[in-house]
Design a protein around this ligand. Structure first.
Ligand code: ADP
Ligand code: ASP
Ligand code: MG
Length: 458
């Protein structure tokens, strides 16, 4: 069997859903399990309406909800014949009515908890999966809707809940396997899950890829297909460099580094469950299904003649400079500093130290005021926001001399704040101002990807 995951842009409207029904139909012989995202931008809109309700802005929240309702009804209407649409009509209305009621409740209290936020945001994938499963049936794809909350069991950390793999595997065998064996095509919303107690959770933005990888690992899939709106992973973000090349094959390690450092096309955690089982992941284009896309494999078969595989940028980074005035890097100082980040569950990306100071970069800006309050008890602290990490990835940099010189020569007129190489053998990163990202990436891309190895890129 295979897992096919369709991202927001691949299910953005009736035309897109009709297209993916055709793609799934063409693979019925492979016994697909389908994972779908919310329609594009819907997750963002749900988050905005939840935030508005949390501030007591009831009318704003209800207005946004109304727009989302219209969009889903229009899409369902276009996709389904009168009979099926009538069947679905009351189900969709009752989902939207309960969402509306919830928003009224949140507005009345004027408080949004992470638990309620997850519940609001879960409507995106719940609604898209209901409509898509029905559209598949109308197109002779024998789909059966699976509620992700009966399969993807997580812990209770709302917003980034951690999937409980053993339970998930058991539930996949119990609920999904018999459907697949019986010739059905399960359709499950990505990104959402539930605690053992039945409370709805979400597993982090972009998490539908993760759901797909969990399904693939739990069902021993032959491969996992991530369908998106570009021809696979590119040498850099095609919005910054339209001439970025398609990467034909990339290793799991390289893909994970790139995903972590902002190559939005793939969720970082995706690669984990798949790599453990050696399941190949393919990134494919639902608007251009004939293209071979990118194949992510455990190890790249051949060494690339090109130095790097790709360049990514992670934006909205803050540099925190911590100057140890009193403790002068005394024994235990680093531990005390990192304990603070740990306590606030804030991941640190790049670290550099001098005798009296530590600089770190973090990306969870909401946690910064609380972290600052704690750090200031230990040291002088300075923040610089609106920074970005530029990250170059490639297995070939391990044994090549002079890499750093070439990189920094390409961006010599751009101010570089922090540098990191060697933490991972295949990644080299540095920090620049956010506004310098396009220039830095375009220069690096021109320097390293003007002549590429045709075995790896096209
Ligand atoms: P989906 O809705 O399918 O999940 P995403 O928006 O999450 O799609 O990811 C696809 C987008 O990622 C592409 O449209 C592209 O603009 C962006 N992207 C950023 N970096 C890369 C890269 N290196 N290769 C391909 N796409 C990239
Ligand atoms: N809909 C969710 C998001 O936008 C999950 C996903 O699409 O992967 O983050
Ligand atoms: Mg995505």
């Amino acid at each position: 069997m295979i897992v096919m995951k369709f991202g927001g842009t691949s299910v953005e409207d009736a035309t897109a859903i009709d297209r993916i029904a055709g793609i799934v139909k063409g693979r019925l012989a492979k016994h697909p399990f389908v994972v779908v995202s919310a329609m594009s931008k819907v997750t963002d809109t749900l988050l905005s309406m939840a935030a508005a309700a949390g501030k007591g802005e009831r009318d704003k929240a209800l207005n946004l909800c109304h727009q989302v309702r219209e969009r889903h009804f229009n899409t369902a209407g276009e996709l389904l014949g009168t009979g099926l649409f009538t069947e679905l009509h009351s189900e969709l209305h009752s989902e939207f009515d309960s969402l509306e009621q919830l928003l009224r409740g949140i507005s009345a209290v004027g408080e949004l908890t992470p638990r309620t936020s997850d519940y609001v945001v879960s409507f995106g994938e719940r609604l898209s999966s209901i409509i898509i499963a029905a559209a598949f049936v109308a197109r002779d794809v024998p789909a059966t809707l699976l509620d992700a909350r009966q399969i993807i069991i997580t812990d209770g950390q709302h917003g980034r809940a951690i999937p409980q793999v053993d339970e998930i595997n058991h539930l996949l065998q119990l609920h999904a396997k018999p459907l697949i064996d019986g010739g059905r095509v399960p359709v499950m919303g990505g990104f959402i899950g539930s605690t053992r107690e039945g409370i709805t959770t979400t597993i982090g933005r972009g998490g539908s890829d993760f759901s797909a990888a969990l399904a693939g690992a739990g069902l021993n899939a032959e491969r996992i297909e991530i369908w998106t709106d570009v021809d696979g992973m590119k040498t850099t973000d095609p919005r910054i460099c339209p001439n970025a090349h398609r990467i034909k094959v990339i290793s799991f390690d390289e893909a994970a580094e790139l995903a972590y450092f902002g190559a939005k096309v793939l969720h970082p955690a995706t690669v984990l469950p798949a790599v453990e089982k050696n399941i190949p992941v393919l990134v494919l284009n639902s608007r251009n299904p004939e293209n071979e896309g990118t194949r992510i494999v455990a190890r790249t078969p051949q060494k690339s003649k090109s130095l790097f595989k790709a360049i990514a940028a992670k934006q909205r980074i803050t540099i925190i400079e911590i100057v140890a005035a009193r403790m002068l890097m005394a024994h235990g100082f680093l531990a005390a500093v990192f304990e603070i980040f740990e306590r606030h569950r804030c991941a640190v990306d790049i670290v550099s130290t001098s005798e009296v100071s530590i600089s770190v970069t973090v990306d969870s800006n909401e946690a910064i005021p609380a972290i600052a309050a704690d750090l200031e008890k230990l040291a002088y602290v300075k923040f610089s926001g609106r920074q970005a990490i530029i990250c170059l990835v490639g297995e070939s940099i391990r044994e090549r001399p002079g890499v750093a010189a070439q990189v920094f020569d390409a961006v010599k007129d751009i101010n570089v704040r922090m540098i990191s190489q060697g933490a991972s053998e295949i990644n080299m990163s540095f920090v620049v101002e956010e506004t310098d990202v396009p220039a830095a990436i375009q220069r690096l891309h021109a320097r390293f990807f003007s002549e590429v190895d045709p075995e790896v890129f096209d």
